[in-house]
Structure formats: C-alpha cells, structure tokens
Design a protein around this ligand. Structure first.
Ligand code: TXA
Ligand code: MG
Length: 340
C-alpha cells in the first residue's frame, strides 16, 4: 500500500512499521523509542533477533546522542560520506535498546542520502531503525512495488521515493577503540570502499588501521546465503561466451534438488520439477549501473515463467575491485556456483 509522506509519519508516530526509500535499498522503519514497533520489524520480516538493525539519523547531532564517544574519526567520516551509503558501528549509549543491536555493544548508524527518508526522520523527530524491507534472506527491494509484493499479506505501508540509485546496501564499518588506538573493520562491503575511507581520514591527518573479522559475535547478520530470489539462481564460471542454458539446467537440477531446505536459517530455493524456462541475468558492464539494477532484475526475472536464473561470470571483469560489493551479494544470492 503506497502512502503519502504525511501518512507515513503519522503511522510511524502511532507505532506502525512503514517502508521508506533510501539511496541504497528500501528500509522497513520504526522509531527507536518504540520497542513494540521495533519488534514488529522483526516479526514482519521473519527476521531472527540475533541480526541487528541499522539506525537512521537525519543529522550528526542525532548520531552523537546515540553513542558513548563520538570520536574525531567518526566526525571526519560522517562529514565525508553522510548523507550516504556508509554505516558506522560505534559503541552505543543507553539511548539505544539491546533489541536493536541484538545485544551487541555497538550500534550501526547512517544518514541516508534520500530527501524523503531525511524528511520522514525529521518529522517523526526520532531516529528510525530500518533493515532492508524484505523477508529474511530474500532479495532486497529497490522500488516501492518490490516492498508491496514482498509484504502482500502484511499490507505494509510504503512511501514511493522512486528506484534506489545505489541499489545495494551500505558499507558497514566497525569503529573500535582499544587501548587508545582506533581501528576499523569493514563488516559488509558497499559503494564506499576501504580506500575511500582511508583517504578521507588521511586528509585530516588521521591514520586508518584496518583489521579483518568474520567473527559472528561482531558481525552476526552474515550467512553463506542471502538476497535469494524466488527461483533458483546459479552462477556459471565456464567463461563460455554464450551460455547453453538448457544444458546448465540439466546439469544443476539434481544437485539443486539435493540441497538442504535451509542453510544457517536461510531457506534454500529448490526446483519443483526439471527446468523448462531458464533465463540469463545480463548486467551492465559498468559496476555502478549493474549494482543499481541487480536486485530489480533478479525480482523481475523470477516473477515471470522463468524457473532458473543463470549469470555468466567473467573472471577478468567481475573479479575487479569495483565489482567486489556487488559480487558478494551475487554469490550469496546464488544457490550454486558452476566452476566450469
Ligand atoms: O543500506 C543499508 O544499510 C540498508 C538501508 C535500509 O539503510 N539497510 C540494511 O539493513 O541493509 P539490513 O538489516 O538488511 O542489514 C544490516 C546489517 C546486519 O545484517 C548486520 O550484518 C549489520 O548490518 N549490522 C547492523 N547493526 C550492526 C551492529 N550493531 N554491529 C554489527 N553489525 C551490524
Ligand atoms: Mg537486508
């Protein structure tokens, strides 16, 4: 159900969840001071409570009120990249409930670069927790219609802000202070890269010490599979110029049928019968444009008669750094990768 901004603000104030546009993907929002509404986010998405929510702010002052210690590094990064697709995970203040952070010490904060999102946060007057507006483990929404289709049964109100310009979720950056030293870890790749983050800090004379972590206790929402479309999706690494989709369909059918129903709590999309209508996912050669349309294309193809989606992966192109964030989503969305 598409609603005007004013109605969305009223609904949010009265404790309903509402989907709002951002520049990355649509988010399913609730004010952080209404814990019943926050619980509704989890139940509507069928999301487990161990996966923390990002809190969206409309200015830096609001962000400061949610953390223990707003470091100079946070100020530099917020000034450089906000509003924009960068989430900073910072030690939280008591203003943020453990329900939002899944009991973690840090809260993920971001100022979205979308005028409608910013106006809604302003008018509600409270920061909004908002995960991507899709069922847990499924493809993220980049248009209002995606949200409507995803939550048909729940009749979620959504504000239409047009197609998302970035198209994949924000970079999540952990900011950690240990023994007086500030260190960073990219928990989820996105449009803003570690190089850009380092450069912004260097410009202000601040060092950028990065470490790597795959620790589930630091970054719980990271499963092998995620973003999965409604029909099986397979990546072919064959390097064939033209894919023989029917041959691939025959090759992957039995392997896909034998996959478990669930991996790490994410439902695996399995075939019902042999594939009759496979279709290739074709992306732009420009990584930013490809990212912008990726989720929408997955949804669109899966909506029709297509029963298998195949992507032709080219090592020389898709392994380049500019493709990293998109490829991370691509490989999680795939049920299977065909090595040759
Ligand atoms: O672009 C985005 O980030 C979108 C839009 C709506 O802002 N939001 C989004 O939220 O992608 P979600 O819930 O689908 O993914 C958020 C992920 C979590 O799964 C988790 O991995 C990480 O961000 N995250 C959030 N809060 C965290 C925290 N306090 N500590 C560590 N990781 C956190
Ligand atoms: Mg998500």
């Amino acid at each position: 159900m598409i609603v005007p901004l004013k109605v969305a603000v009223e609904k949010l104030k009265s404790g309903e969840v509402v989907a709002i546009p951002t520049e990355t993907v649509y988010g399913l929002a609730a004010p952080i001071n209404n814990l019943d509404a926050i619980k509704k986010i989890f139940s509507t998405k069928e999301r487990p409570f161990f996966d923390p929510l990002i809190v969206h702010v409309s200015d830096i002052t609001q962000a400061k009120s949610l953390v223990k210690n707003w470091l100079p590094q946070c100020q530099v990064l917020a000034e450089a990249f906000w509003p924009g697709p960068l989430t900073l995970v910072i030690s939280k203040s008591t203003a943020v409930s453990d329900l939002i952070t899944s009991g973690l010490e840090g809260v993920g904060l971001r100022m979205p670069n979308h005028p409608i999102a910013l106006q809604i946060i302003n008018e509600v007057g409270v920061p909004l927790a908002a995960p991507s507006a899709n069922k847990f483990g499924k493809t993220s929404p980049t248009m209002a219609i995606h949200v409507e289709n995803e939550f048909k049964n729940e009749a979620v109100a959504v504000v239409d802000g047009g197609p998302c310009q970035v198209g994949i979720e924000s970079t999540v950056l952990l900011v950690q202070q240990e023994n007086g030293e500030v260190k960073f870890a990219v928990l989820r790749k996105g449009a803003i890269t570690a190089e850009q983050i380092s450069a912004a800090l260097a410009q202000q004379g601040l060092p950028a010490l990065f470490f790597e972590t795959t620790d589930k206790k630091v970054s719980p929402g990271h499963m092998k599979h995620h973003y999965m479309p409604a029909v099986p999706f397979v990546i072919s690494k064959s390097e064939d110029k033209v894919l023989d989709l029917h041959r691939i369909g025959q090759e992957v059918f039995s392997e896909l049928s034998r996959m478990p129903d669930e991996i790490e709590g994410i439902k695996i999309v399995k075939p019902e019968q042999s594939f009759n209508a496979p279709q290739e996912l074709k992306l732009s050669l420009d990584p930013a444009l490809a990212a912008r349309s990726f989720y929408a294309q997955l949804r669109e193809i899966a909506q029709g008669d297509t029963d298998l989606i195949v992507f032709n992966y080219h090592e020389s192109l898709h392994s380049q750094p500019a493709w990293e964030a998109l490829m991370e989503r691509m490989f999680k969305a795939a049920s299977l990768v065909l090595e040759n």
